[in-house]
Design a protein around this ligand. Structure first.
Ligand code: UDP
Length: 442
């Protein structure tokens, strides 16, 4: 256990999903660089590799979850189980740390592990929540708990939010909610409302109007500190082994010629959709780097569902890996487009490299992110149906047609704005400064 550092000790609590562990580790590294000593409490399942982060103390708590439960797309149901299973061990663990350190400056927790706020309240410690999705997703919480139609409608008058069609998402998410879903949403709202601060991995200019709405709903100050991966560029957080071979393959391709295809760590498709995706990529005649994660095709171990003749047909033009060093891939000169599921981390990572996107959202916030990408920021094309002709056409629109050039220019503009927000005096760097001041002065 590291000695208490000058700014104090922070306890960070993460959840067992790749897209959540990564930003939490990045935040931990950033706060350590600001003089805090850090303990990360994580579940036994999907635990981060401590040897990659010698500056951080790691403590695991039992979660009673199985690997197969984690691939469930019923995030609300899973969150409820996670909190029920982890509340008691988490409380015991934080109490023990408090006893050892004598003082804890704050408990920072992933919003999905909302039981941490109650524990922090009971121990009279400041609780700070990290929302690893967009700030916009926070808008759903108060709406769901109050089910106040009028309030919501008045919340979507602004052009940015109207284009997003938040009302449509709300309707989608409200359809036949289970008891677990309702319980989770109420818990989310309550903890975010009672937290001392909210951190989002975003940038002010990306979600300006949504952020001003969020500020109305939640009393706690909101710190928009992103992109976290640029503030902590050396953090290695992959739960799967990154296949570096694809970088050598990228080195051999022409500038901006490659379409990188990845649907993140949870989304899955049926076997026929995988077959259509494969032929769509083959028929586009564009070089591609495709992450076929084990389990991407439901019921398949890995690539056995790829169609016969596909590998022969694409030859050296296609590179398939189980998991890629994504941030390195997106920064590579050969990559000219990113076909993504629209996960929030992938979205932010793509923006930071000025890579235009194709979006195929699967579930949850991916729909909202995809709308931002394709309708608000206009840096991508939507692709809903996984059908080979549709895929081929969309790839050509982005990678070959004039339309793609315009989209690429807008993506480059956002890249510049993202870099500015990190510079001294930029919104993210000022927000980080304010957050550390708030924690230190509590
Ligand atoms: N990622 C990666 N290699 C891959 C695919 C994904 O390193 O082959 C990383 C990606 O950089 C991102 C995270 O996994 O940081 C996925 O998070 P995201 O929010 O985009 O999607 P999720 O997995 O949560 O659906």
């Amino acid at each position: 256990m590291e000695k208490q550092r000058k700014s104090g000790h922070l306890v960070l609590v993460t959840v067992p999903f790749q897209g959540h562990i990564t930003p939490m580790l990045q935040l931990a590294t950033i706060l350590h660089s600001k003089g805090f000593s850090i303990t990360i409490i994580h579940t036994e399942l999907n635990s981060p590799n401590p040897s990659n982060h010698p500056e951080i103390t790691f403590v695991s708590i039992p979660d009673k979850l199985t690997k197969s439960q984690l691939s469930d797309t019923d995030v609300a149901g899973l969150t409820l189980i996670l909190n029920k299973n982890c509340a008691a061990p988490l409380q015991k663990c934080i109490k023990k740390l408090l006893h050892s350190y004598g003082h804890i400056a704050a408990v920072l927790y992933d919003t999905l592990m909302y039981c941490a706020q109650t524990i922090a309240d009971n121990l009279r410690l400041p609780g700070i929540t990290l929302r690893t999705c967009s700030a916009t997703t926070l808008l759903f919480f108060p709406v769901f708990s109050q089910l106040d139609e009028k309030d919501f409608i008045s919340g979507i008058e602004s052009p940015e939010l109207r284009v997003l069609q938040l009302q449509r998402f709300r309707a989608l998410l409200s359809q036949n909610p289970t008891e677990a879903t309702m319980e989770t949403r109420v818990a989310f709202t309550n903890v975010v409302r009672s937290s001392s601060a909210i951190i989002v991995n975003s940038m002010e200019f990306l979600e300006q109007e949504a952020l001003s709405k969020v500020k109305k709903y939640f009393p706690a100050p909101i710190f928009t500190i992103g992109p976290l991966h640029k503030l902590a560029p050396t953090v290695c957080s992959s739960l799967l082994n990154e296949d570096e071979k694809c970088i050598l393959w990228l080195d051999k391709q022409s500038p901006e010629s490659v379409i990188y295809v990845s649907f993140g760590s949870i989304a899955s498709m049926d076997r026929q959709e995988l077959v259509e995706t494969a032929w769509g990529l083959a028929n586009s005649k564009q070089p591609f780097l495709w992450v076929v994660r084990p389990g991407l095709a439901r019921g398949s171990e890995w690539d056995e569902s790829l169609p016969n003749g596909f590998r022969e047909s694409v030859g050296e033009r296609g590179c398939i890996v189980k998991w890629a060093p994504q941030k390195q891939v997106l920064a590579h000169v050969s990559v000219g487009g990113f076909w993504s599921h629209g996960g929030w981390n992938s979205t932010i990572e793509s923006i930071c490299e000025g890579v235009p996107m194709i979006c195929k959202p699967f579930f949850g916030d991916q729909h909202v992110n995809s709308s931002y990408i394709c309708r608000v920021w206009n840096i991508g094309l939507e692709l809903h149906e996984l059908e080979r002709g549709n895929i081929e056409k969309t790839i050509k629109r982005l990678m070959v047609d004039m339309e793609g050039n315009e989209i690429r220019k807008r993506a480059m503009d956002l890249k510049e704005k993202a870099a500015l927000s990190l510079m001294e005096g930029g919104s993210s760097s000022s927000s980080l400064y304010d957050l550390t001041n708030q924690i230190s002065s509590a």
